[in-house]
Design a protein around this ligand. Structure first.
Ligand code: IVH
Length: 673
């Protein structure tokens, strides 16, 4: 039965309210006011009503968490205030030294600390305007972060709207909430169990998974990951609104944002050490991973006055617990060949519990590392997890070595485990690599990557089809994919008329791939999706990229020496040169739509006064991201002067003199839409 529009509107309002109450109670107060099943069915009803009356959908509806359209990349945006990190301390002496330093800088310092559990996730800043969620940024380099709004929007514990509460004044104007995006240990395990069941690769740890999920270009994928947000900081343009860090936590919770309930006000180093001791054991029963505590001076005025040294505030430290260790036996050392042909030795263990998770293998990095530690099959080794993260072998217990053990011989093992491949070890390098790019195994991995969703996205060209095509010698290099003919494919058992047709059509449809996807698809070591986007934006064509110099590469933000060298190395390789020529021969031409072709290309903007919806830096960044130019002063070449509030006379007068067109903030927002 279809409700009338008025009735539907009313029902929608009630449903949203109830779902938000459920969300708030669940995430912030840890209370369940109804079962998950009941909440799901309310959401289902809401979705149905919104489907019937799409004009009743509002941006803050809880149904907006399913994930919107895929993005081409993440815009880079300046933080309102630098996102800092913390210096680590490991024992009482170091905590005391920190306090002494504060006392020296600030005679009469009255000890009052605010101590919280340090969550192991990734930092994220949420920006609210008049209580409405408008944007989320990653830390980036601390000054400039990446706009991950569409992904963060899918996280249930991030409210679309701050609650009106005793702290209502904090919902006026701009409010920034910083915190950590985390994944619970139990959710991580469940997800990995599922990966195993589906024969997919398991994720290394919750933090990597969280970081990887946030940097997905497809928000739908992010929505499918069990991410959570926990706040640890509240920022207002007027510092005096928030007197202490403990007050900030209270305010956060009351605004409807989850913050750890374990945080405490402590008054001395003794109390800090007691608290640290208490949590050293208890932390293992927390739902998320932690490797320590964060200790902050509670008074925010004092905090600010103490200032910053390097990348960290003087008024806060991270108290880190020692990594956990366990012993186990090395059952085997297997060699895994990456997409780029490097062979990595991996130790396989008797399963053992370390820092709350079962460890079954650890990378041994390379042959030199194995030789240095003299790790052999049969050895008993100590493994540890640095900060609850990736397991590593710290040392071999030689006393327990079985007499029969033999030194590990990498070259010999490569021959044994991969008789069909040839390897070389480049002089001065620790790594063994597959020679050429012709190894069947490598080619299969490369082709699967090339055809994958995030790269060229060729439907139905998955692992099994690739294997069949490579085995039948129909695909000898990546460019051969484009020469496949229906008649040839039909000779293979796997294909029938329809499926062969489908594959040929899918391939033909991808002869003009996006340059960034193509670059990513090449599988150059260290070149992930974002780097591929940056390269495409910088060079605009494959030819230009192929002849880029080290300095040109290194000058790109986010590309360091290692990545630059890897890119240079790839294009210097003759096999790859031939591959690119082959792509050209078969008619593959990657295309690039640059920012310069953006909507605001060629238009110059200046701003006077302040904008309501965003800071000037952010407006500038948005203008630039659409190809426009932001000018700090009005000139003859200015096309638009954006007039905000509290405007000074000088720019306005200049604009009038020069006949520059004036527009309001709303018009700008339209243009940026
Ligand atoms: S307070 C100046 N509290 O740890 C930064 N940070 O190593 C003050 N973190 O960047 C941050 N849990 O991403 C704070 N309870 C917590 C935290 C926490 C995790 C992260 C945060 C920060 C990093 C510093």
């Amino acid at each position: 039965m279809k409700l009338s529009k008025a009735k539907a509107a009313e029902r929608i309002k009630t449903l949203r309210k109830l779902i938000n109450e459920y969300r708030y109670n669940y995430h912030v107060l840890d209370v369940s006011i109804m079962s998950e099943g009941a909440a799901d069915s309310l959401k289902h009803e809401l979705t149905q009503l919104e489907d019937q009356y799409p004009d009743l959908i509002t941006p803050d509806s809880p149904t907006g968490r399913v994930g919107g359209k895929a993005l081409a990349g993440f815009a880079k945006i300046a933080h309102s205030q630098r996102m800092l990190s913390l210096n680590d301390v490991f024992n009482r002496d170091e905590v005391e030294a920190w306090v002494d330093r504060i006392k020296k800088l600030m005679p009469g310092f009255k000890e009052e600390y605010f101590v919280d559990i340090k969550m192991d996730g990734l930092a994220c800043a949420l920006i609210y305007q008049d209580g409405q969620f408008t944007r989320a940024l990653t830390r980036g380099d601390g000054y400039i972060g990446e706009d991950v709004t569409s992904n963060v929007q899918t996280i249930d514990s991030v409210p679309f709207k701050l609650r009106q509460s005793d702290y209502a004044s904090l919902t006026k104007g701009r409010t920034e909430i910083r915190g950590e995006i985390i994944i619970y240990k139990q959710d991580f395990r469940a997800l990995n169990d599922n990966q195993i069941k589906e024969g997919k690769q398991v994720f290394a740890n919750p933090r990597n998974l969280a970081a990887g999920s946030i940097r997905q270009l497809d928000p739908k994928l992010t929505a499918s990951r069990p991410l959570r947000f926990r706040a640890y900081d509240l920022i207002r343009s007027d510092d005096s609104e928030i007197s202490s860090n403990s007050y900030a936590y209270e305010a956060l919770r009351s605004l409807g944002v989850a913050a750890n309930r374990q945080a405490r006000i402590l008054l001395s180093v003794d109390e800090i050490m007691d608290f640290a001791k208490e949590w050293d054991d208890k932390r293992k029963r927390l739902p998320f991973n932690t490797d320590g505590l964060v200790v902050k001076v509670n008074d925010r005025l004092v905090f600010k006055e103490l200032g910053v040294a390097g990348k960290a505030p003087r008024a806060a430290i991270a108290y880190k617990y020692a990594a956990e260790e366990a012993t186990t036996i090395v059952k085997d050392i297997v060699l895994s060949i990456g997409r780029t042909g490097a062979a990595t030795p991996v130790a396989v263990f008797d399963p053992v519990l370390v820092a709350g998770t079962t460890v079954q293998h650890a990378s041994l990095h390379n042959a030199d590392e194995i030789a240095r530690k003299d790790i052999r099959v049969g050895d008993t080794v100590i493994i540890f997890k640095a900060g609850d993260i990736i397991p590593q072998v710290s040392k071999v217990l030689h006393e327990l070595r079985p007499k029969s053990s033999k030194k590990f011989d990498m070259a010999k093992e490569l021959k044994r485990q991969y008789p069909e491949l040839d390897f070389i070890r480049v002089k001065g390098e620790a790594v063994y690599r597959v020679k050429g790019a012709s190894g069947k195994l490598l080619l299969k991995a490369a082709a699967v990557h090339f055809a994958s969703k995030a790269a060229i996205d060729i439907d139905t060209l998955g692992e099994k089809n690739v294997a069949a095509l490579v085995d039948a010698k129909l695909v000898r290099n990546l460019a051969d994919i484009y020469t496949l003919k229906k008649e040839d494919i039909l000779k293979l058992d796997r294909f029938a008329d329809v499926s062969a047709d489908k594959l040929v059509k899918a391939i033909a449809a991808k002869k003009r791939p996006q340059l960034a996807r193509f670059i990513y698809g090449l599988g150059i070591r260290h070149v992930g999706q974002q780097t591929a986007i940056d390269l495409a934006e910088t060079f605009g064509s494959l030819h230009k990229l192929a002849s880029a110099t080290f300095d040109e590469l290194n000058d790109i933000e986010g590309i360091g020496i290692v990545v630059a060298e890897s890119i240079l190395g790839w294009f210097a390789d003759q096999d790859n040169e031939r591959l690119l020529a082959d792509f050209e021969r078969v008619g593959v031409t990657p295309v690039h739509t640059s920012r310069a072709q953006g909507r605001l290309h060629g238009l110059n903007f200046a701003i006077t006064g302040s904008l309501k919806s965003m800071g000037r830096d952010i407006a500038a960044e948005k203008i630039r991201s659409l190809g426009g130019t932001f000018q700090s002063s009005v000139g003859r070449d200015t096309h638009y002067l954006v007039v905000g509030e509290n405007v000074g006379e000088s720019k306005l007068n200049r604009a009038k003199q020069m006949g520059v067109r004036q527009i309001g903030e709303n018009k700008l927002l339209d243009m940026l839409q």
